[in-house]
Design a protein around this ligand. Structure first.
Ligand SMILES: CC(C)(COP(=O)(O)OP(=O)(O)OC[C@H]1O[C@@H](n2cnc3c(N)ncnc32)[C@H](O)[C@@H]1OP(=O)(O)O)[C@@H](O)C(=O)NCCC(=O)NCCS
Length: 183
């Protein structure tokens, strides 16, 4: 039986509905400091049981969370989601991580973002998608800029990490900006 489904397909990866059977993989990813230090949930501890429940809940109740899968091997490599979808104001926030470190800095994150934004703007008809990123996460900021996101402000010293304080950068992208860049 297939575990992943090609809901949005690129040249390197595709976005599939979350499969709760991946809870062991997700638990490994989310407890890896190299990955989690960049995530809003970095101070949380994810047990196997907790992650199983989270994925089951996502799979049942959340239509806008996806596992990122290698298009050539069907290997899951990360997760991305649109959150806080507001159909009246047509806004959402975006989150993404690559959990399998073999896939970092090889363009998979940028392509997954493209697929997710395409879904958000062209399928869900959103107008504005926003994200938060820690000031020290230069790779993510670069990837977000590559897909057309712009810095709209920063919340100063709002991130505590390794006994230091960092700014949280806010970035967003409009539907027209996304479509115009790709015409
Ligand atoms: C952020 C993330 C999704 C980006 O995906 P990715 O596949 O690793 O990134 P890409 O290869 O698509 O693009 C990264 C870009 O940043 C550049 N880069 C890498 N390290 C960098 C650094 N330290 N400083 C500046 N730029 C950097 C790369 O060269 C690349 O740009 P290029 O294509 O012009 O060469 C991924 O790195 C990730 O999941 N990291 C861990 C969790 C995380 O940070 N999530 C985001 C939370 S806001």
């Amino acid at each position: 039986m297939a575990r992943y489904f090609k809901k949005m397909v690129g040249t390197k990866c595709y976005l599939s509905p979350v499969n709760p059977d991946d809870f062991e993989k997700y638990t490994e990813w989310l407890n890896d400091p190299e990955i989690s230090q960049n995530l809003l949930v970095n101070d949380k501890i994810f047990s196997l049981l907790k992650e199983k429940e989270i994925l089951e809940d996502m799979a049942k109740n959340n239509d806008t969370t996806f596992t990122i899968v290698d298009v050539n091997t069907d290997k899951p490599l990360g997760n991305c989601s649109l959150n806080n979808v507001d159909n009246i104001n047509q806004t959402a926030t975006l989150g993404i991580f690559i959990g399998d470190k073999e896939y970092l800095s090889k363009g998979y994150g940028t392509e997954a973002m493209e697929l997710l934004l395409d879904y958000g703007f062209n399928a869900l008809n959103l107008q504005n998608i926003m994200l938060e990123v820690f000031d020290y996460n230069k790779r993510a900021i670069k990837a977000y800029e590559k897909v057309g996101c712009k810095v709209i402000g920063k919340r100063r010293q709002a991130k505590f990490f390794n006994n230091k304080r960092y700014d949280i950068i806010f970035m967003d992208i409009l539907k027209d900006e996304f479509l115009n860049i790709r015409e």
